[in-house]
Design a protein around this ligand. Structure first.
Ligand code: G3P
Length: 225
């Protein structure tokens, strides 16, 4: 479903990656990643999931609710994500935070329906705590660097290495990603050198004037020599 090295591109609610443009961006990323050995996954908005999944890249939801099927209105059911072709979901993104018990329940429900969980956390200590839920991945993302173009791997390298150390101390099988400000291939390479198995990024690709060039650059940084 998801392999490493992994690059997840979160489309957020950016107009540049909504509806038809979400599908176009996924096509660009699919073609840029072909033959590179790098797994590129995308996280479009919920209404775009099914069509983007048709492009062939692994697709994650940006959010899921810890529900079982039944009388709930306006929520996102894990089973519905699977039916739409998603392979998993982000959980607890800093732009959609959850309470600790909800995070645990989301991870459990995703596992029950055979979907991957990528739990976001703002600092290494929170990474350690959410690792105890045994998600597939934990992504450390200091919120103050998100969208700034200042890469966590460059300006706060200790956050990445500490998150790796703490998460692996809880469970070595939980993958560790990092994100916030990751913009270039060099930022990605640095993240992998610090022990991350991939990155979670958004604005540097979604808002780039040339999607293809931006995608090729970050993918290059994730390639094994
Ligand atoms: O989910 C990815 C994210 O929050 C980082 O955003 O724009 O700093 O790459 P950005």
């Amino acid at each position: 479903m998801l392999r490493t090295p992994l690059v997840i591109v979160n489309f957020k609610a950016y107009a540049e990656a909504t509806g038809r443009r979400a599908v176009e961006l996924a096509r660009v990323l699919s073609s840029a990643s072909r033959g590179t050995g790098v797994c590129v996954a995308v996280a479009p908005q919920a209404p775009d999931l099914r069509e983007v999944a048709g492009v062939g890249l692994p697709v994650l939801a940006q959010h899921v609710d810890p529900l079982t099927p039944g009388a709930h209105t306006g929520w996102i059911l894990p089973e519905a994500l699977r039916e739409a072709g998603a392979v998993g979901s982000l959980v607890n993104h800093s732009e959609h935070p959850l309470r600790p018990e909800e995070i645990g329940r989301c991870v459990e429900r995703l596992r029950e329906v055979g979907l991957v969980s990528v739990v976001c956390a703002g600092d290494p200590d929170l990474c350690r705590r959410v690792a105890s839920f045994r998600p597939d991945f934990v992504a450390v993302e200091p919120p103050e660097l998100i969208g700034t173009g200042r890469a966590v791997s460059k300006v706060r390298p200790e956050v990445v290495s500490e998150a790796v150390r703490l998460v692996k101390g809880v469970d070595p099988s939980v993958g560790v990603l990092c994100g916030a400000g990751i913009s270039t291939g060099e930022d990605v390479r640095k993240a992998l050198e610090l022990g991350a198995e991939g990155v979670l990024l958004a604005s540097s690709v979604v808002k780039a004037r040339d999607w293809r060039a931006a995608a090729e650059d970050v993918i290059r940084g994730a390639r094994r020599p």
